[in-house]
Design a protein around this ligand. Structure first.
Ligand SMILES: Cc1ncc(COP(=O)(O)O)c(C=O)c1O
Length: 407
């Protein structure tokens, strides 16, 4: 599929066969304390897109700007769509679904971006990919690197959660802890690729991260019987997944396969709500501190904040904020009443659906088709259950002990 780039801020188009990261003009206009500028949107050729409307089925690969070599090497996509009927009955949402991206190879949605970045690296004959991450993106890229035989250089703040880092180390990435913040690690990873070459996979900085993430919407379109759901709930930190979900539906609309982009709901913790607040106030101000327990969505200066705010509006969506306690309750509820085990950052989307359920029915009727994107497995962060869930004491190895236990 042929493509060009468009700056999401000034709208300028760039045509290049080279790897492009940001708008050379707008990325120089960043202001201290404000969301960064100059992220690029990948624009697919309209004629190529229109041809897809003639196909009986479409797959995510039809919409990708780079061919994915041997997808079976790193099998991303095809994640199940659960219909949790107990929760549907409890909240009166008859057509409730959960997209289980927690079942992707490295356990998070981030595999979608990493798959396309691996394809980009291979297309440009590069064997090395560098990035900054505090968790899932690093693990996902490291997983893809192990599968394809690519070298992954991962810059992390030295304070990053150990369990997610361990996963990247296990996949064989070169992990470089930095005595500084995530923003510092981000800047160093860019300095690294400038000096040593390779592809930089930083979220939103490389526009192909958003492009890879759009694959979820193409899948949803097929899973819903070649139509889009009415409303999609997404947990948001940097706003890159949110933009990917929008872009997938945007491309489907450009191809003439859907008439309308679903209402996209940005769900954030009240303790990390930069994008939600920006949408509400139209001021792109970074937070002084993000403190949510849902570490994957704890973000002070969202790397894709401006684009995410724009897409909330363009999808006729909205932002819902939830307390951390609501996120942790939602996590347990999904586990106990739907058999779905996700990390807190993913449960945030479900917390948003629960909170909005009465409003959804009032606004759209009880048949509204609501999809909750579940972006990471619960095994990523078992420490969150400390003090909340305990393992029962062992009984003696005797039938009497069993009788006593269940009397
Ligand atoms: C599990 C999970 N959910 C949601 C998000 C939020 O994605 P984004 O930062 O693109 O908004 C992340 C990002 O790390 C994540 O790992």
């Amino acid at each position: 599929m042929r493509f060009s780039y468009e700056c999401s801020d000034c709208g300028k188009t760039y045509v290049s066969d080279e790897v492009m990261y940001q708008c050379p003009d707008c990325s120089q206009k960043n202001e201290k304390g404000s969301f960064s500028k100059g992220n690029l949107i990948v624009k697919l050729n309209k004629k190529d897109l229109a041809k897809l409307a003639e196909q009986e089925h479409v797959s995510m690969y039809d919409f990708f700007p780079y061919p994915v070599p041997t997808p079976e090497v790193f099998p991303v996509g095809g994640t199940p769509l659960a219909r949790p009927h107990r929760l549907a009955a409890k909240y009166g949402l008859k057509n409730l679904s959960c997209k289980l991206d927690s079942s992707l190879p490295s356990g998070s949605f981030k595999d979608r971006a990493s798959q396309l970045i691996a394809a980009q690296a291979i297309a440009h004959k590069q064997n090395r990919i560098a990035l900054a991450s505090t968790g899932n993106a690093g693990a996902a890229m490291s997983c893809a690197g192990a599968a394809y035989g690519l070298e992954i250089i991962l810059f992390v703040p030295a304070t990053a959660p150990i369990n997610k880092l361990m996963q990247s180390v296990l996949y064989g990435a070169t992990v470089v802890p930095v005595k500084g913040s995530y923003d510092d690690a981000f800047a160093l990873s860019i300095a690294y690729t400038k000096e040593f070459g390779g592809i930089n996979r930083n979220t939103a900085y490389n526009p192909m991260t958003i492009e890879g993430k759009k694959s979820v919407s193409i899948e949803l379109f097929e899973q819903f019987g070649r139509k889009a759901p009415d409303v999609v709930y997404v947990s948001v930190g940097d706003g890159c997944i949110f933009a990917g979900v929008f872009k997938g539906f945007y491309d489907l609309k450009e191809a003439g396969l859907i008439d309308k982009i679903p209402h996209l709901v940005c769900v954030q913790s009240k303790q990390s709500n930069a994008i939600s607040q920006a949408w509400k106030t139209q001021k792109y101000t970074n937070l002084k501190a993000a403190t949510t327990r849902a570490d994957s969505i704890s973000v002070e200066s969202p790397a894709n904040g401006r684009m995410a705010v724009r897409y909330i509006t363009e999808s006729d969506g909205w932002a819902t904020e939830v307390d951390d306690s609501e996120i942790l309750d939602a996590q347990i509820e999904l586990t106990r009443e739907a058999g779905i085990f996700v990390e807190p950052a993913a449960a945030c989307a479900w917390a948003g659906v629960r909170k909005d359920s009465a409003m959804l029915i009032e606004k759209f009727g009880k048949d509204v088709e609501v999809c909750t994107l579940l972006t990471g497995t619960g095994f990523k962060d078992m420490a969150v259950f400390q003090g909340r869930v305990s393992i029962p004491e062992a009984i003696e190895n005797s039938v009497e002990a069993v009788s006593k236990r269940f009397k």
